[in-house]
Design a protein around this ligand. Structure first.
Ligand code: ATP
Ligand code: MG
Length: 465
């Protein structure tokens, strides 16, 4: 309280420029991308300043392998573009240059400033436009965390630190630059970044940076849904999705992102299902296998779909129309916070919609299903449901056997199921020659469902674990 008051009354100390030798800190051009070094070299030869900045410097100092490289310069975007053959100016809110080298893109940004009066913000303090060029020190001050504001010149082997970032690297601490409240108001996504980066880098979040998060968590709702989608995608595809989501919940941030999450966690098996899906994704990311955001969203929202599906069906709607309606309700609600791009939402729908079709193993439809474009994703989803105990493992195994078999064997597998079903239908009769109702039949009469009649086994009470 007093500290905040003093900070407000006293004029801010001008940040001190501290220079270090990069190699003394363990940095070298060889640890950076060759293309990033080349961009710096070329810009410097043209008379500009050019530094590798942000995540790449931070990761290298913390002993991690940097994955994407950003360069900061005093050249304007137009001047940068002029220096490279394959360079494109992108962005509306602020202009950046993408310099392309084969599969690698180096993002080059002009030093920007946060100077009051020249930056537009909305009524909550969120910055809506900050395309004001500035000096390096101003550029450092508008970055989020001290460890993200380190500049490395790979040509001259210099690291520049204005914000005490090196000390925080040593302590493995994420600390916001400036007053946390103001910085979160300017851009609420910084709260998500604090949590995501802390998990990814195994850093602690400084107390003054962590404490205000809970109180400001609501501000996430002001962030445009498309930007939130980008951020959550980063978070889910980080390889640490499960831990990150747990941390987001601990800080009260998950609700603003996935408003349905709390509801889903309350449902029987909901939490287990999501954790399995995230573990699975994290493993794939670590194994360098592709992961699909559509699949992840299908997993995150599935239990809410299942719940509504059952509710709508119990009001007398047919099975598939009920599923369709449940899907749209859930996607609509989610859309209010995170815009799932249409191409992803389409795949998410297909994955869900194929689930009841896996129960139809007695017709040629099974043969055709395997040919569908989304079969693989839908099948992986089925495996997940089995692993979570929602459906019988036998169903998943049957499909595994089915897709691993030759066409004749596939046909035979279907024929087997047909025979089994006929036997089941002509099953034991009671003394008066009437066929005894199966448990499934009785359940149907009571308006319930069971695995036996192909209802979503997800709802079976024995799967409540
Ligand atoms: P990673 O790439 O590992 O997710 P990063 O810190 O590199 O982490 P980027 O989105 O690549 O994240 O951003 C590059 C740099 O831009 C950051 O290191 C930071 O200096 C600055 N930056 C990014 N987002 C913000 C923000 N919301 N507010 C202030 N500065 C930011
Ligand atoms: Mg980065």
């Amino acid at each position: 309280m007093i500290k905040a008051l003093i900070e407000r009354v006293l004029p801010r100390k001008k940040p001190l420029r501290v220079e270090h030798s990069g190699s003394a800190l363990g940095l070298s051009p060889a640890r950076m991308s060759r293309n990033a070094v080349q961009v710096c070299d070329k810009l410097q030869r043209a008379g500009y300043e050019a530094w590798i900045v942000g995540g790449a410097v931070r990761d290298a100092l913390l002993g991690a392998q940097p994955k994407d490289f950003d360069v900061a310069t005093n050249a304007t975007p137009e001047q940068v573009r002029h220096e490279f053959r394959r360079a494109f100016i992108i962005g509306r809110r602020f202009k950046l240059v993408h310099v392309m080298f084969g599969d690698e893109t180096i993002e080059v940004s002009t030093f920007r400033s946060n100077r009051g009066g020249e930056v537009a913000s909305d009524e909550t303090g969120r910055i809506t436009s900050d395309n004001v060029y500035g000096t390096q020190v101003e550029d450092a001050a508008r970055r989020d965390f001290t460890i993200n504001a380190l500049y490395y010149d790979p040509i001259h082997d210099i690291v520049v630190d204005y914000m005490g970032g090196l000390k925080d690297v040593e302590r493995r601490t994420l600390r916001l630059i400036g007053r946390a409240e103001t910085r979160y108001r300017e851009d609420p996504v910084r709260m998500l970044r604090a949590v995501r980066l802390a998990v990814k880098l195994r850093c602690t979040v400084a107390r003054g940076t962590a404490t205000p998060i809970r109180e400001h968590a609501e501000l996430i709702r002001n962030v445009p849904p498309a930007r939130l989608f980008d951020e959550i995608q980063k978070l889910l595809l980080s390889g640490y999705a499960r831990d990150t989501l747990a941390e987001l919940r601990r800080h009260g941030l998950a609700e603003g992102l996935l408003p349905l999450l709390d509801l889903i966690y309350q449902q029987p098996g909901g939490q287990r299902f999501i954790e399995l899906a995230l573990d699975n994704t994290d493993q794939r990311v670590r194994d360098d296998k592709p992961v699909s955001p559509a699949f992840l969203f299908a997993s995150l929202l599935w239990h809410e779909v299942v719940k509504r599906w059952a509710e709508i069906e119990s009001r007398g709607e047919h099975r598939i129309p009920a599923l369709l309606q449940a899907m749209e309700e859930v996607l609509d609600e989610q859309r209010e916070t995170i815009t799932l791009p249409q191409r992803f939402a389409g795949i998410t729908r297909e994955i869900w919609l194929m689930q009841p079709r896996f129960e139809q193993r007695t017709t040629k439809a099974a043969l055709r299903m395997v040919e569908q474009q989304r079969f693989r994703a839908a099948y992986d989803f089925l495996l997940l449901r089995a692993a979570a105990g929602e459906i019988e493992q036998e169903l998943a195994d049957w499909w595994t056997h089915f897709i691993e078999s030759d066409p004749e064997i596939r046909a035979e597998l279907i024929a087997q199921r047909q025979r089994a079903q006929r036997q089941h239908e002509s099953g034991p009769r009671d003394g008066q020659g009437r066929r005894r109702r199966s448990r499934g039949g009785r359940a149907r009469q009571r308006g319930e469902r069971s695995a036996a009649d192909g209802g979503p086994d997800v709802l079976a009470p024995e799967n409540d674990a």
